[in-house]
Design a protein around this ligand. Structure first.
Ligand SMILES: Nc1ncnc2c1ncn2[C@@H]1O[C@H](COP(=O)(O)OP(=O)(O)OP(=O)(O)O)[C@@H](O)[C@H]1O
Length: 273
């Protein structure tokens, strides 16, 4: 079967600086993949490249077997840190509707079909009760659900979410991850979700794609979050500690005094002990 997303020999550079090189992988329909890695590893850059927003220096990205292009109806994308002004006079319904207008410039949907599509997307993320609320007055978790509704309103095959869990409390974090898992599994979307903390993804994401040092490891969580795999990526010893059902990535104990650093800030794990 043709994968929903495939990338082959992918290299992305900003000017002379290469962010990552020669990455190859695929994500199938119905798969939920968590994207992890330290700050600056290129997680957002990878998502933008898969969304067709950045042209790679080398390699190809295909969505459903076809070269990716901008304004692709098959892709729903929620960028990092969408700023919604408190005073902006938009309702939840307006925000979700923008997801239709962006793809169909010049070809507006008939108003009935438009309304139905928006209601369906709101229902999908359990946000019908937010349809008439001003978005500036909503909580972080409520806004995030509406942004996901906006991204799925055109029924994409691929959903790319850049740090949707930032600034959410634990309950909202789990709600959003459970929602994303359901969209992948029941809606048969291929979903990539960038996160800083692996813990909310344990038992929920089907696979982890870990980026570090311009390289990538991808597979089941237990296969990727292993000392030998992460040490290979980082290029120096990294430990993976498990305590109370949580996972902690730690810079390796070269001298027996490794820094235990929370996986909530894995960037700290790039510090050499
Ligand atoms: N438009 C740009 N021009 C030049 N360099 C950029 C640009 N966008 C990102 N970079 C650089 O590319 C690298 C990867 O950035 P990116 O935002 O993809 O990383 P990230 O893994 O998403 O980081 P974070 O976890 O901090 O969000 C960083 O060094 C960043 O400074």
């Amino acid at each position: 079967m043709i994968p929903a997303i495939s990338f082959c020999d992918l290299t992305v550079s900003y000017g002379s600086r290469t962010v990552f090189a020669h990455l190859t992988g695929e994500i199938r329909s119905g798969q939920f993949v968590g994207v992890l890695g330290p700050n600056g590893a290129g997680k957002s850059t990878l998502l933008k490249t898969l969304a067709g927003l950045i042209r790679p220096a080398g390699g190809v990205v295909e969505i459903d077997g076809k070269p990716v292009r901008r304004r692709n109806e098959a892709i729903g994308y929620v960028p990092q840190a969408v700023h919604l002004d408190e005073d902006v006079p938009l309702t939840g319904r307006d925000l979700v509707g923008l997801g239709l207008d962006g793809h169909r410039l010049g070809f507006p949907l008939p108003s009935r079909r438009r309304r139905d599509a928006i209601e369906a997307a709101l229902a999908e993320v359990n946000a019908l009760h937010l349809a008439d609320r001003r978005i500036g007055r909503l909580s972080g978790g409520e806004r995030q659900r509406l942004l996901i509704a906006q991204a799925i309103v055109s029924k994409p095959r691929v959903l790319l979410l850049d740090e949707p869990l930032n600034n959410l409390d634990l309950a909202s974090t789990h709600q959003v991850v459970d929602l994303v898992k359901r969209l992948a599994h029941e809606g048969q979307m291929a979903v990539l979700l960038v996160a800083h903390d692996v813990n909310p993804l344990i038992g929920r994401a089907d696979e982890i794609l870990y980026l570090a040092n311009g390289r990538m490891a991808k597979g089941a969580l237990d296969d990727v979050l292993r000392p030998e795999v992460l040490s290979g990526l980082y290029g120096y010893p990294v430990e993976v500690l498990r305590a109370g059902g949580r996972i902690i990535v730690a810079a390796g104990a070269i001298d027996g005094h490794g820094h235990a650093v929370s996986a909530a800030s894995p960037e700290a794990s790039v510090m050499l002990p």
